[in-house]
Design a protein around this ligand. Structure first.
Ligand SMILES: Nc1ncnc2c1ncn2[C@@H]1O[C@H](COP(=O)(O)OP(=O)(O)OP(=O)(O)O)[C@@H](O)[C@H]1O
Ligand SMILES: [Mg+2]
Length: 269
């Protein structure tokens, strides 16, 4: 089992949406692109979102939510153990805002932590302080967890993105994070269709979301050591193409290789 925890102390920075996006890409997207079935479980530790724990036909991953009481920790460990018993499974942990105790616990179970950050100065500064606090915890406790910062909900329109990229704070942090090798190579765009994907009871998707989430899952999969395929190029919109260009020169993308043995695509019931 591989585990990715999506954390961040700022409310609304996109943890839950990015969690659904990754779980969606890792389950249906990867299967469609490579024929490889990755059993994906999305665990919501934000107890405001009490949703069904099930696998529904519109969503090809399991969804689990903590009960929101003293048994949360026990419940999380049960889900981790259950996931661990599924060979080659993939667990996504969606964190809550300002819940450092959970964040620290996630450092112990996650192979990779993603810190989504929005496109304001306050957003990137919060991501930086989250990064510092979590990496200090990881180091102090001798853990192996890696951290990636993901620019999530950044403008999908090139001119708006260029405007942000010219600000002193964006330049400072993008440069710093790139140099440290902790910046996820793609920008995940701000798109209204993300709202549908995040709807737990009736998730919907679009072709572009499918494509972007598959690519995202493939890069994350490679990063944590899951053997997955890859497709070439970026999405259909300007931002995705621009970030694909940017990604091509990024070391993380250089590792992305097509699978050597393609499995027969399985039929989805
Ligand atoms: N890429 C995106 N494009 C458009 N809207 C987005 C995107 N990502 C997130 N949103 C919207 O932003 C809002 C906050 O996102 P989300 O709930 O994922 O944040 P969160 O970090 O989980 O918040 P909380 O800390 O409250 O749990 C939601 O309304 C969501 O639909
Ligand atoms: Mg959330």
């Amino acid at each position: 089992m591989k585990t990715v925890a999506i954390l961040g102390s700022k409310g609304g920075c996109g943890k839950s949406t990015l969690s659904s996006f990754l779980a969606h890409g890792m389950s249906s997207g990867v299967e469609e692109a490579t024929g490889k079935k990755i059993w994906t479980i999305l665990l919501r530790t934000d107890n405001r979102t009490k949703k069904a724990t099930d696998l529904i036909d519109k969503r090809k991953f399991y969804l689990a939510s903590v009960p929101g009481n003293d048994s949360d920790e026990e419940y999380i460990m049960q889900v981790v153990e259950m996931s661990n018993q599924i060979p080659g499974s993939f667990l996504v942990v969606d964190g809550g805002a300002n819940r450092r105790v959970y964040d620290f616990a996630a450092c112990h179970i996650a192979d990779l932590i993603l810190l989504p950050t929005g496109s304001s100065e306050e957003d990137v500064e919060t991501a930086q302080s989250d990064y510092e606090e979590l990496s200090e915890y990881i180091e102090t406790n001798g853990l192996k967890t890696e951290i990636y910062i993901v620019r999530h909900k950044w403008p999908g329109v090139q001119s708006k993105l260029d405007f942000i990229m010219k600000t002193p704070w964006a330049q400072k942090y993008v440069k710093k994070w790139t140099k440290a090798g902790i910046l996820f190579p793609y920008i995940i765009p701000d798109m209204p269709s993300f709202l549908y994907l995040n709807n737990g009871n009736d998730p919907k998707s679009t072709l572009l979301l499918n494509k972007l989430s598959t690519k995202f899952a493939q890069v994350i999969g490679m990063k944590v050591g899951i053997d997955l395929g890859t497709d070439e190029g970026g999405g259909e919109d300007g931002s995705a193409s621009a970030s694909a260009g940017e990604a091509a020169s990024h070391p993380a993308m250089a590792d992305v290789q097509p699978p050597t043995v393609a499995e027969e695509p399985r039929k989805v019931a």
